[in-house]
Design a protein around this ligand. Structure first.
Ligand SMILES: [Zn+2]
Length: 494
């Protein structure tokens, strides 16, 4: 695919720093006195333009000794392979986590780590790990001197937030980027705020108004690239942009999960209940999985069979055939216990999210295999109150999203301490969703969980008032026994 690039006149920005990119893909050059450093290269089409730009500035591509890449996306790396043919001395740097984007176009010579300093000639470039835009995004800081004054230059290696939208994070089936990238992004912004930057170097030309400043330079007496306020203002803006995306999604991507189906009205966890939930406007179904004596994965909530089937024992004590002798009831309505296989066959082609709760540990692999068999990896979130079960699920099926059901603020425990512990554990295993009880929800806490990168979903919605309170606190979804009332409330909000 050809990219139509807007060629910009190459020029000296400040000191030994030059702009040699295009409007769409930035590329910067540092003349260290002992060879050249290129920061980012751009699309394939950028390669000849960069060579031309260097020549226009009186440099030779052959003298490039280092090519740094802020992250792995194509608009920063695709031109590198071609440039290397003309710059045989150049060593390339890409952070290891981002090699997945290179697809073998070139083999980077070096990884980068937080706090590394890359030295060449008169220049020292400090590397900071600032993941979020991608897992391997790094930022660069170095001194530039002009008219005897030394300034600190800084580039945020990945400030874009678009690809952190839910639909992009969800669409990459093979990689399934974690929601946690959002939390990393916020952490990175905090980290970058501590750097003092006089010269903000954009990694896209529009970020730091490179074209406008280029025009200004022709007439202005002071160098317009020197502005110690710009860095902080920019970081505030990108942070607000991501929080805006997340808040918008809590409305546009809100999931109304029919909890065990429309279980207020129907026998819970039955086909009747699930279909009724969908007809009531739910865009998600929540259900529970256990395994029978003969190894069938079935949808059933309780540990015992008394409340629902009126018999002794639990699911594991009966074969599926035996269980089919009993009905699940709700008033006059009755239906049978369904299998997970059946459930997925019926609903996989609906535009629905499935929250599948593991009621027991040890069935993770079988559940994952069943989900894969139906190609439902992208529609499912696996949840449990058993932390070990979601941890094991993440290990055997990293492509599946997992969420943890918990009551963070029970009356008898130090809620804040429990929350800290839970969050540390969820970050460690790469969980995507935190599912606290309705009573735990306040707008402040939801914002805090969002900043960590989690999707936030509630359970234990006892009545319509609780339902509204959780919605208003900014949750991304909830399981509810009366999805019709939630559908109605969501409509009222628009
Ligand atoms: Zn990018």
């Amino acid at each position: 695919m050809a990219v139509n690039l807007t060629k910009m006149t190459p020029f000296r920005m400040i000191g030994n720093l030059y702009f040699v990119g295009t409007l769409e893909a930035s590329s910067h050059l540092i003349d260290t006195g002992d060879g050249l450093i290129l920061i980012d290269t751009g699309y394939v089409e950028n390669a000849p333009l960069i060579i031309e730009s260097l020549a226009e500035l009186g440099f030779d591509i052959k003298d490039v000794k280092i090519i740094l890449h802020s992250h792995g996306h194509g608009d920063h790396t695709l031109a590198t392979a071609e440039l290397l043919k003309h710059a045989p001395l150049a060593k390339t740097y890409v952070k290891k986590e981002d090699e997945i984007f290179l697809r073998g176009r070139f083999e980077p010579d070096y990884d980068m780590s937080d706090g590394d300093v890359i030295r060449l000639g008169n220049t020292e470039i400090l590397i900071l790990e600032t993941p979020g835009h991608t897992r391997g995004t790094v930022s660069f800081f170095f001194d530039v001197t002009e008219n005897g004054v030394t300034y600190r230059a800084g580039m945020f290696g990945g400030a874009g937030t678009n690809q952190l939208k839910k639909r992009y994070l969800d669409s990459a089936t093979k990689w399934r980027f974690p929601y946690r990238l959002r939390g990393m992004f916020f952490d990175s912004v905090e980290r970058l705020r501590r750097e003092k930057v006089d010269v903000f170097v954009g990694n896209h030309a529009r970020q730091n108004k490179t074209p406008e400043k280029y025009e200004l330079m022709k007439t202005a007496s002071a160098n317009p690239f020197v502005d110690p306020t710009e860095w902080g203002i920019f970081l505030d803006a990108v942070e607000a942009r991501l929080m805006g995306i997340i808040k918008d999604e809590s409305r546009t991507e809100f999931v109304n999960y029919a909890h065990r189906g429309a279980s207020t009205y129907c026998p819970e966890n039955t086909m009747l209940s699930f279909y009724t939930g969908v007809y009531m406007g739910a865009n998600g179904i929540e259900t529970d999985v256990q395994k029978t004596k003969d190894g069938v994965l079935v949808l059933y909530h309780d540990d015992t069979l008394g409340r629902i089937l009126g018999i002794e024992g639990s699911i594991k004590d009966y074969t599926y055939e035996e269980l089919l002798a009993y009905d699940v009831k709700n008033g006059e309505l009755r239906d049978k216990i369904p299998t997970l296989d059946d459930f997925l066959s019926h609903f996989k082609n609906f535009d629905l999210t499935f929250a599948i709760e593991l009621k027991v540990a040890g069935i993770e692999r079988e559940v994952a295999d069943m989900i894969r068999k139906h190609g439902c990896e992208g529609k499912v979130i696996i949840t449990s109150f058993i932390f070990g079960a979601i941890e094991a699920m993440k290990e055997c099926a990293p492509e599946l999203r997992v969420g943890f059901l918990t009551r963070l603020y029970p009356k008898d425990v130090e809620g804040d301490e429990k929350e800290k512990r839970v969050i540390a554990d969820l970050i460690r295993i790469g969980a995507d969703e935190i599912c606290p009880a309705a009573g735990d929800f306040t707008p402040e806490r939801v914002e805090r969980w969002h900043r960590l990168g989690f999707r936030v979903r509630s359970w234990d919605i006892s009545n319509r008032d609780v339902m509204k309170a959780v919605c208003d606190a900014g949750a991304d979804g909830m399981t509810v026994n009366f999805p019709d009332k939630l559908t109605e409330y969501i409509k009222e909000q628009v």
